[in-house]
Ligand binder design. Structure first.
Ligand SMILES: *Cc1c(COP(=O)(O)O)cnc(C)c1O
Ligand SMILES: [Zn+2]
Length: 397
């Protein structure tokens, strides 16, 4: 493990989350010397790329995460004048990309021999951790911001047997609290500040270039909350670039909600650090975060890749969620739709060129947040169980 700021190095078995010398974020250095031919004929899960995962192969805890659909979106792409693909992360075992990170994170927990794992979560991290902890037989503590977690995610965390605690405060405050507990050694922290999480999530980058026949797309667009995923995907494509598997690199493009946009604000002002948003607010609860722990990595990803960041309103998010569901048949939760909303805005502003090859990462499944979905629709019409009544409604004269 290496500090991204001062370069200090640490062993892979040290239980630390930030640099002891300077307090900055850690990253795992991973440079296997392999040919991409070894991936041929392997099952399509994220462990297809196991040589790039810094854990003991004999201890892997997996639900066969990764290998998610990579759907070409002809209708929406034509409408926008681009070549559009959507990577459907809602197809992971618990319905979000968090499973990729959790598979590596829990494997590490098994390697380290810890008994208790924990996280603060806007929902999906807790749903995923609860499932993987159950599979590994670990005690699991999750802290959720009271009243701000979508119903499907809460159901998952509780049903998989996590000890679920509702915190009077937002996600940032919950994370601060559980981090302090982890630093006392009371549990192993599996938020994305834990660099092993990002090692799993970098496989999204691996799969995108593999799906495209070992080519980089022009651009990857995704929602940004705690900023782990954009950092991880960039790390993934860079590793495959350094290994010589691909020639080019994508422009990393992060989308945030207007009410929770510390990274987009920093990029807009050309800054190398963020200003914390103290009361983040958006309907997209998965990105309702004001103090992203991977901000520095994310800013580096955006600047190094010549990418950009944009903000979208809640209405734009909800419109994009419906558009994707109704023109392509792909159902995603609100945060995921931020990537599509951002794409539409960037095309309208001329910042994404016509003909660009764009991959949007849609991060979580529609059913994660059933309330928002139902509220966005008209209620079903009640009718008698008769042919006459039904005909009148479907073919009114
Ligand atoms: C966690 C999550 C995000 C945000 O990812 P970060 O790594 O925190 O930036 C976006 N969408 C969904 C559905 C998520 O679960
Ligand atoms: Zn340091």
């Amino acid at each position: 493990m290496k500090c991204i700021t001062c370069g200090e190095q640490y062993g892979l078995d040290e239980i630390i989350y930030t640099c002891i010398k300077c307090g900055s974020t850690l990253e795992i250095v991973c440079r296997p010397d392999v040919s991409k031919d070894i991936f041929n004929c392997r099952k399509s899960t994220m462990w297809k790329y196991k040589e790039f995962m810094p854990v003991d192969e004999s201890k892997i805890v997996s639900l066969e995460e990764g290998g998610t659909p990579f759907c070409k979106c002809q209708n929406l792409g034509d409408k926008l004048g681009i070549e559009l693909y959507v990577k459907v992360e809602g197809s992971n075992p618990t319905g979000s990309f968090k499973d990729r990170g959790m598979s590596v994170g829990i494997t590490k927990a098994v390697e380290l021999g810890v008994n208790t794992v924990g996280c603060a979560s806007t929902g999906n991290t807790s749903a995923s951790l609860a499932a993987y902890a159950a599979r590994a037989g670990k005690r699991c503590i999750v802290l959720l911001p009271s009243g701000k977690v979508a119903l499907g995610k809460l159901a998952q965390a509780m049903f998989h047997g996590a000890e679920v605690l509702s915190v009077n405060g937002n996600f940032d405050e919950a994370l601060e609290t559980i981090t302090a507990l982890a630093l006392e050694g009371q549990l192993y922290l599996l938020n994305s500040v834990n660099p092993f999480r990002l090692e799993g999530q970098k496989s999204i980058g691996f799969e995108v270039v593999d799906d495209l026949g070992w080519k980089s797309p022009d651009r990857i667009i995704l929602p940004v909350g705690n900023a782990g995923n954009i950092s991880a995907i960039w790390k993934g494509v860079k590793e495959f670039h350094e290994a010589g598997f691909i020639e080019d690199l994508p422009m990393m493009t992060g989308i945030q909600a207007v009410g929770a946009a510390p990274i987009a604000n920093a990029v807009r002002n050309g800054k190398n650090s963020i200003e914390i948003v103290t009361n983040p607010e958006t309907i997209a609860t998965a990105i309702r975060i004001g103090a992203p722990v991977s901000a520095q990595k994310a800013l580096r990803a955006i600047y190094e890749s010549n990418g950009m960041a944009e903000t979208v309103t809640d209405d734009e998010i909800l419109d994009a969620q419906k558009l994707l569901a109704r023109t392509e048949g792909i159902g995603v939760e609100p945060a995921s739709a931020a990537s599509i909303a951002g794409l539409i805005k960037l095309v309208e502003n001329g910042e994404v060129d016509k003909g660009e090859q764009v991959v949007c990462i849609v991060t979580g499944h529609l059913l994660k947040d059933p309330n928002t979905a139902i509220n966005a629709c008209v209620e079903p019409v009640e009718i008698e169980a008769s042919v006459e009544a039904l005909s009148k409604i479907i073919n009114p004269r």
